[in-house]
Design a protein around this ligand. Structure first.
Ligand SMILES: [Zn+2]
Length: 241
């Protein structure tokens, strides 16, 4: 089985029902696997959601969710309550960290898509969309000559997008279609199966499995603070509000 990732449908849906598949434990402790989840499991440079799961009237704190072999593992004190397969539970995702993560992720997404469109040699390969020290790393040799000028150019484009309160859309398309719309895609995309892409306004679509805001209206500011070479990649740091 695999867990249906319900958070992909709607970033703003924080409460949902799901059914128990099984309880197990690993080096992190006890965890519960469900048929579907609104909890974002840590990955793709985005922190795990936190919250509670109510099972048989007991609220269990969920401090971490991981994604292993197609299933989301919700870690909590599941040894204290006996749950059978098929038991219905209610999931409650904490709103403040979820929205903070969606903001960080959307800000990073906006920044890296603009960078890719300004410099076609650069492809975003890694993101770190945590509240402190957010950055995106790019592969390829930058074609800009002056770093400060390039940063200013990125920030201008970001402000323009924010002023237009641009929409953020997530959709499923085939990788072949993505390649037809934008030639600079990462070379490790699995072909032949639908891919989730995120499109901000009229910028190019980019593959992404994170949680996003539905409009840039919810971001006050996004500012690139520095760009520097690191281990062959270009690392661009940003701040957001
Ligand atoms: Zn994204």
């Amino acid at each position: 089985m695999s867990t249906v990732l319900a958070y992909l449908e709607d970033t703003y849906k924080l409460i949902d029902k799901a059914h128990v598949e099984y309880i197990a434990n690993d080096e992190r402790g006890y965890y519960c696997v469900l048929d579907s989840t609104v909890f974002y499991p840590q990955g793709g440079g985005q922190p795990s959601d936190v919250g509670t799961i109510e099972a048989k009237g007991v609220h269990l704190t969920i401090a971490f969710v991981s994604f292993v072999d197609g299933v989301a593992r919700h870690y909590g004190d599941f040894s204290s309550v006996s749950l059978e397969k098929g038991e219905e539970v209610t999931l409650y995702v904490d709103e403040a960290p979820r929205m903070q993560n969606a903001k960080a992720h959307t800000a990073g997404h906006l920044m890296y898509t603009i960078v890719e469109s300004l410099d076609k040699n650069l492809i975003a390969v890694k993101g770190y969309h945590f509240p402190d020290g957010s950055y995106v790393e790019f592969q390829g040799s930058p074609s800009f000559e002056n770093t400060e000028t390039f940063i200013a150019e990125i920030n201008t484009k970001i402000s323009e997008a924010l002023n237009e309160a641009t929409s953020v859309e997530a959709s499923l398309i085939m990788p072949e279609e993505l390649a037809a719309r934008w030639s600079n895609i990462p070379n490790n995309l699995p072909l032949g199966k639908p891919l989730r892409v995120v499109t901000i306004g009229n910028l190019h679509p980019t593959p992404c499995g994170g949680t996003h805001l539905k409009s840039l209206q919810e971001l006050k500011s996004v500012v690139v603070t520095k760009a520097k070479r690191q281990k062959g990649n270009l690392k661009i740091s940003y701040k957001f509000e």
